[in-house]
Design a protein around this ligand. Structure first.
Ligand code: SF4
Length: 157
């Protein structure tokens, strides 16, 4: 699963309270290498709330406070950012060998909370599977259990 590969609901559902120690109780490391894998590749969904859509629209200076079809699609009752035909997120920028997010400061919660999603944290196998496409996992900055849980359970920003 990459940052667009799963159901965002996995990112917000608490795991059952079993009282057992979680496998990541000692914390985990993560530091983004800006490889762009989570914003490209297989098609997926980058869910955005209405407030997030409005925030992106304002950031882009759109007069109508909303994104057009080139940036946003309706999926059932929800909204997802669109993708380029090759799979890049519509806001992924590739310039001079560098990769970046053109709306980084207003990116949706789904992007902000990667890789500390409930789905990735369900088991060490799930975490390691996500690590196959995200080289930033298991390296760099150490996050305590409490810090991870804060990110995992974050509902808005
Ligand atoms: S290191 Fe991980 S979070 Fe950073 S761009 Fe690559 S896949 Fe995405």
């Amino acid at each position: 699963m990459n940052a667009r590969g799963g159901d965002q609901s996995l990112a917000t559902q608490p795991t059952p309270a079993t009282g057992k120690r979680k496998w990541y109780q000692e914390g985990l490391s993560f530091e983004c290498t800006q490889c762009g894998n989570c914003c490209s590749g297989e098609p997926g969904y980058v869910w955005a709330t209405k407030d997030e859509v409005k925030g992106i629209a304002r950031f882009l200076g759109r007069p109508d406070d909303w994104l057009g079809k080139e940036h946003l699609r309706r999926v059932g009752l929800r909204y997802s950012l669109t993708e380029e035909p090759g799979g890049d997120c519509i806001f992924l920028e590739r310039k001079g060998g560098k990769i970046g997010c053109s709306i980084y400061s207003v990116r949706p919660l789904q992007c902000r909370t990667w890789p500390f999603w409930t789905g990735n944290l369900r088991s060490i196998d799930a975490w390691n599977e996500a690590h196959l496409t995200c080289p930033g996992m298991n390296q760099g900055k150490h996050f305590s259990f409490v810090a991870i849980e804060e990110v995992r359970l974050q509902k808005s920003w």
